[in-house]
Design a protein around this ligand. Structure first.
Ligand code: NAP
Ligand code: ZN
Ligand code: ZN
Length: 353
């Protein structure tokens, strides 16, 4: 493949696991026939951005540009683009491409592509043969099949986190058919967790929030939890033993999974969406007793992400966000590490001008 023509755009990048993010100039391809060029207006800050920037998952290539909760406006389209036109309000999540031919891709589960999905950052860019660079930048070029339509009635900044935190919690709750008559636990009230609470409630379940932060009890209830358990309080944990049908674990750091497995009923299901750096030990007994299961779930495919966005438009669901300037990102990361986010930072990309 001949190297496509590129243009420069401003971004925030990091050059090593220990460097702060700082202003940089990066290259994007000029849109090909099937590409959409997007002016990024806002980008959410996911804990995965921090894991990746600091090489906690051990595959980061530098310079790295995180960011996969992208919303913006279409500024140009290739000649073959059918679904979008200049001026449309669109979103891009964690995926920018996949093989499109394997069994997973053909069923709209591009995140499980057998031949390797192309992530918005941290994958190999098929066109430039370099690592893909994410949304902490002024513009991005994405093939139209991986661009999403944003609901017109929702606040755009508050809907940016739907592109990762939203779909990552919506997808497992849908897959395991969470609904009325079920008691559902959500672990960790961060970016993912607060969306998990909102969706589980919207699907009709009775929601129990587990938090390490007593200061989040009132917010947990306001966001939709019927009950809030402070997970460091052994008595409160013991009172939940064997009482939950389903648990969604959205914790970013080391914690004891066994304590949560013991809260499941017979045949209960616990699903990990959090991706801590270090392995989490699992004892056999909490699984053997009552035939419980432990699974994981990764973001969501393109059709389900659009379904989730449309659901949010219909039910008026957005994230609770705190807007920041691009140059506040390093402080935002430190606050995220202290569980001090209410409940998602979103970067106003105009601040990068
Ligand atoms: P976040 O906003 O930082 O929230 C994480 C929450 O976990 C915190 O707010 C805190 O909630 C809890 N927590 C933090 N440290 C803890 C500890 N030591 N013990 C127990 N609880 C702790 O992060 P996020 O953006 O929601 O992401 C959460 C995790 O999901 C990250 O690992 C991220 O990489 C991963 N992720 C996975 C996918 C996927 O596809 N599976 C997609 C996106 C993100 P409380 O204060 O309520 O305890
Ligand atoms: Zn994410
Ligand atoms: Zn595939």
């Amino acid at each position: 493949m001949t190297k496509p023509v590129c243009y420069s755009t401003k971004a925030f990048a990091t050059s090593s696991a220990t460097s702060p993010l700082a202003a940089a100039t990066i290259e994007r391809r000029v849109p090909t026939a099937t590409d959409v060029q997007i002016q990024i207006l806002c980008c959410g800050v996911c804990h995965s951005d921090l894991h990746y920037a600091r090489n906690e998952w051990h595959f980061t290539e530098y310079p790295a540009v995180p960011g996969h909760e992208i919303v913006g406006r279409v500024t140009s389209v290739g000649g073959g683009v059918k679904k979008f036109k200049v001026g449309d309000t669109v979103g891009v999540g964690c995926l920018v491409d996949s093989c499109r031919t394997c069994a997973s891709c053909r069923t709209g589960l591009e995140q499980y592509c057998d031949n390797g999905m192309v992530m918005t950052y941290g994958s190999t860019d098929k066109y430039l043969s370099k690592p893909t660079l994410g949304g902490y930048s002024q513009s991005i070029v994405v093939t139209e099949d991986f661009v999403l339509r944003m609901p017109a009635n929702l606040n755009l900044a508050a809907s940016a986190p739907l592109l990762c935190a939203g779909i990552t919690t919506y997808s497992p709750l849908r897959h395991w058919k969470v609904g009325p008559g079920q008691r559902v636990g959500i672990v960790g009230l961060g970016g993912l967790g607060h969306m998990g609470v909102k969706f589980a409630k919207a699907f009709g379940a009775e929601v129990v929030l587990f938090t390490t932060s007593p200061s989040k009890i009132e917010d947990g209830k306001r966001l939709g939890a019927h009950e809030v358990v402070v997970s460091r309080d052994e008595k409160q944990m013991a009172a939940q033993a064997g009482r939950l049908d389903f648990i969604l674990d959205a914790v970013s750091a080391e914690h004891d999974l066994n304590a949560y497995l013991n809260l499941l009923k017979r045949d209960g299901q616990m699903v990990l969406v959090g991706a801590p750096e270090k392995p989490l030990p699992v004892s056999a007994f909490p699984l053997l007793m009552r035939r419980r299961s432990l699974s994981g779930s990764l973001i969501g495919g393109l059709p389900e992400t659009q379904e989730m966005l449309d659901f949010c438009g219909k039910h008026n669901i957005t994230s609770d966000v705190e807007m920041i300037r691009m140059d506040q990102i390093n402080t935002a990361y430190e606050r995220m590490l202290k569980s001090d986010v209410k409940y998602r930072f979103v970067i106003d990309m105009a601040s990068l001008a």
